[in-house]
Design a protein around this ligand. Structure first.
Ligand SMILES: Cc1cc2nc3c(=O)[nH]c(=O)nc-3n(C[C@H](O)[C@H](O)[C@H](O)COP(=O)(O)OP(=O)(O)OC[C@H]3O[C@@H](n4cnc5c(N)ncnc54)[C@H](O)[C@@H]3O)c2cc1C
Length: 807
């Protein structure tokens, strides 16, 4: 009886903690009643009395404001003030940039599914669709990646002209300035299609539409600057680039040594205030041909021409590249991918102050401008490029695995190859889902800095996995470069995507969780702000209020984590019924566990967590894969719950949730304070760590989807450039795959009849024998020969006579 009551009270308390927001006084009253009930049911009097004393103590300490402030909040505040690491302005700007959205729901441990499911589905307007079907297809047809990367080492002049004159540099520019004013999703679709044909061309189009002068001008430019530059950028009369990185400032871009000194200048015959610029930049995409350079530098005002302040901070200006003192035009060679990229320098370049983007008032605000706007393009360009690589890998590798036979079997039927195919399919579905969700959030006006960092980092990493797998399945066919290789250049280019727009290691280990915790936590920022106040009384008042809410929030998350952990997330609610409901519940479970664990980590490691990158990197993994799972579920709903897609949905969700579990388990196993780790384990995994990655049956189902034409396969690869021409680079694969499938029953028929080809004779002669022996008809023989020829074309690689590099 006593044990049943203890159990009932335990679950009752957990349930109330997890689902209600009762005040502290009500809680203490409920606990007191529970204690009396337990004593009444036979609980040992001494234990009952100890419990009562503890409840009374809690009441004394926490129930009276003044006592709580002086005995609890004040010592914690003193401690926090001592250990709180100073935050530089650049860190503050980075942390405060953008908005929070679904990331906050996941981080706070109790996601409101309405926010996810009511987000409009990503879709194209008819105008955007027409652009994809028209100019984008036309551009793709003009692209020959081998010619670009190997022969010309540049885009051909007609491609440059087409890109500049058809608005490809103007996707984000408003129509009022002559731009296309596309949605983020349309922008992503354009990049995807181009990227599926040529990475070099996609990067060329990506940059002016991402973090470049246009983006900064639209957000911060003066009217005069917008009126001057935006129509010229839209018409392709100006080619922009943006130069931040230099030899001494890569990831730590806030430390750029490039300077702009405020000085008196004579410009166009007038005495004005200006800047004397000195810089050295490298790795600048489109730099070698740019006509206008967006330049980031550190501004100083040593002669106090603008005011008291000498160190004004990072500033962005637009400088025509033909201005005296600028050295531009040299090129780097980024892994043989021939988009234009190079260094540039400026020595004593004198510009008027009104060339600063946004004018004088924006001097020193450059870092904030950059991080804020970076959060938009980062969610579009490289995620789309990654999804395109995935779709291209699904399409080509699936076809190749079907038509390529070894040991008399399509290689796609071998279980080992199936594992690679399933990863390619599942990750691609997840990547595309993430692009859709992220761009749809951007189209709603969100600037979710954490989620775009996640999209960039985790999609480029998924692309790395997918392309490695695709290369493995293609064997030598992927390795030998030449005009008929559709895969090797993508493989070569992956480190570029990994490195740019926030290098991946840094993004995972420093940014995602660091920024996530600061931005998404409902109380942390309030506590830090309160602790930083000079007036201690005011600090204590605000800190105490935030701390009490924080404690309630942590307890609720811990209770939810335990309740869901003990029940296999059965108590978590799902907004849908059916086969995906379980994944919603699991997201809720891990989200609560992550939130409670993050609080323990922040509480015990404080500022030191910043240096514990392995711990914060794992938190980033957990958060990221919860986001990616949400994106998959949202896509499944948006596409009308296509049952045929379920293997992809199951694979992606099971894969991603497994990563979440491993990340949380990794935090616990490696957490430096062991008693805290034990507590985390009790909260997050009260019954142990049991989740498994996708199993062999599911792997087989997903792999089969790639090697068999179907509507689901078409949905998976939709959006890439895919001509059906049998002589095309990838069109030949479709042709060969279709014929391979058509002749499979005939081949089976021959095998059953004991007719097996051996190389003693030619294939054509052997077929002729089969016709003569009336094992197959003439039509069937023709089909077999056509298939043989198509397969040969699809599996052949290029060879070169003499000196390959002189071609
Ligand atoms: C092809 C290409 C195109 C580019 N285009 C442009 C452009 O148009 N404009 C522009 O301004 N810049 C551009 N860049 C620069 C790009 O943004 C930088 O290369 C990037 O920021 C990384 O700097 P870095 O290469 O100097 O590497 P480093 O900063 O030296 O980093 C090296 C490694 O250390 C890791 N690392 C660094 N700090 C930390 C940390 N605190 N914690 C964990 N890991 C860390 C990084 O993740 C990386 O893996 C381009 C670069 C390339 C290669």
């Amino acid at each position: 009886m006593l044990w049943m009551l203890i159990l009932a009270l335990f679950f009752g308390v957990l349930f109330l903690l997890a689902n209600t927001k009762l005040s502290l006084h009500i809680w203490l009253a409920l606990l007191t009643i529970s204690d009396f009930l337990l004593i009444g049911a036979g609980l040992n009097m001494t234990i009952g009395s100890i419990l009562f004393v503890l409840i009374a103590l809690a009441f004394l300490l926490l129930g009276f404001d003044e006592i709580r402030k002086s005995r609890v909040s004040s010592p914690i505040l003193t401690y926090i003030r001592k250990v709180l690491p100073p935050m530089s302005q650049t860190e503050r700007d980075a942390v405060e940039a953008g908005t929070v959205w679904w990331d906050a729901e996941l981080f706070q441990g109790n996601p409101d599914w309405d926010i996810l499911l009511k987000t409009p589905k990503a879709q194209l307007s008819s105008e955007e669709q027409a652009f994809l079907d028209g100019p984008v297809n036309e551009l793709c047809a003009m692209l020959n990646d081998w010619q670009i990367n190997h022969e010309l080492r540049d885009l051909p002049p007609e491609v440059w002209h087409y890109i500049r004159s058809h608005g490809f540099f103007a996707m984000i520019i408003p129509k009022s300035y002559g731009g296309l004013e596309f949605s983020a999703y349309a922008h992503a679709c354009v990049i995807q299609k181009i990227a599926s044909r040529s990475g070099a061309a996609a990067v060329t189009v990506m940059v002016p539409n991402s973090l470049g002068p246009a983006e900064l001008l639209m957000a911060y430019g003066t009217e005069e600057q917008k009126n001057h530059y935006l129509p010229r950028l839209a018409a392709g009369d100006e080619v922009p680039c943006f130069a931040l990185t230099g030899p001494d400032a890569g990831s730590d871009a806030g430390s750029i040594p490039d300077t702009g000194i405020v000085c008196n200048i004579e410009f166009e015959g007038e005495q004005r205030l200006g800047l004397r610029l000195n810089w050295e930049k490298r790795y600048i995409t489109l730099g070698p041909i740019a006509t206008v350079l967006g330049l980031a530098f550190h501004a100083y005002d040593p002669d106090h021409l603008l005011g008291d302040q000498e160190d004004l901070g990072i500033t962005c200006a637009l400088v025509p590249t033909d201005f005296p003192g600028i050295e531009i035009g040299a090129r780097h060679d980024p892994l043989n991918i021939a988009f234009l990229n190079g260094p540039n320098r400026g020595v004593d370049v004198i510009i008027p102050l009104d060339w600063v983007i946004g004018g004088e008032k924006m001097i020193g605000k450059g870092w904030r401008m950059l991080v804020e706007r970076l959060s938009i393009g980062r969610g579009i360009s490289l995620p789309s490029l990654s999804a395109a690589a995935g779709k291209m890998a699904c399409d080509t590798t699936g076809a190749y695995a079907r038509l390529r036979k070894q040991f008399r079997t399509s290689i796609g039927n071998f279980e080992g190859v199936e594992e690679a195919l399933a990863r390619i399919g599942g990750l691609t579905y997840m990547m595309d889902a993430t692009v859709r969700l992220t761009t749809s959030a951007l189209d709603q006006g969100e600037k979710p800095a954490v989620l775009t960092a996640i999209a960039k980092r985790y999609l480029t990493e998924s692309m790395r996995v997918v392309i490695n797998d695709a290369m493995d399945v293609h064997g030598g066919r992927g390795i030998c470069l030449g005009p008929s290789n559709y895969l090797g250049r993508t493989y070569q280019s992956i480190p570029v995507a990994i490195t740019v727009e926030g290098a991946n290691i840094l993004t995972r280990s420093m940014m995602v969780f660091g920024q996530g915790a600061m931005r998404c936590h409902p109380y942390l920022q309030q506590e830090i702000e309160a602790a930083s106040l000079e007036d201690r009384d005011e600090a204590l008042l605000r800190f105490d209020a935030a701390l009490m809410s924080h404690v309630g929030y942590t307890i609720a998350n811990a209770a939810r984590a335990v309740l869901y952990g003990l029940s296999g997330a059965l108590f978590a609610s799902s907004p849908v019924a059916g086969p995906t409901a379980t994944y919603y519940r699991q997201i809720a479970r891990y989200s609560a566990a992550m939130a409670a664990m993050a609080d323990l980590a922040l509480l015990t490691l404080g500022g030191a967590l910043k240096r514990k990158e392995s711990i914060s990197g794992r938190f980033a993994d957990a958060m990221a894969y919860l986001y990616l799972t949400s994106a998959v579920l949202k896509r499944y709903e948006d596409e009308g719950r296509c049952r045929a897609d379920l293997p992809l949905v199951h694979w992606s969700c099971q894969f991603a949730l497994y990563q979440v579990q491993q990340a949380l388990d990794g935090i616990i196993r490696n957490f430096p304070l062991r008693p805290v780790a034990w507590k985390m384990r009790a909260w997050a995994f009260p019954l142990g760590v049991h989740r498994k990655p996708p199993g062999d049956r599911l792997t087989h189902q997903v792999a089969s989807m790639l090697i068999e034409p179907s509507a689901a396969r078409e949905r998976l690869v939709d959006g890439i450039y895919n001509p059906e021409d049998k002589d095309d680079l990838t069109g030949c694969l479709h042709h060969a795959m279709a014929l391979t499938i058509q002749v499979e029953p005939i081949e089976k028929q021959l095998r059953t009849a004991g007719f097996i080809y051996t190389p003693e004779t030619t294939y054509a002669a052997w077929i002729e024998t089969a016709v003569t022996a009336e094992k197959i008809s003439r039509e069937e023989a023709d089909l077999l020969l056509a298939a043989k020829e198509a397969v040969r074309k699809a599996i052949m690689v290029d060879d070169f006579a003499g000196d390959l590099w002189s071609k």
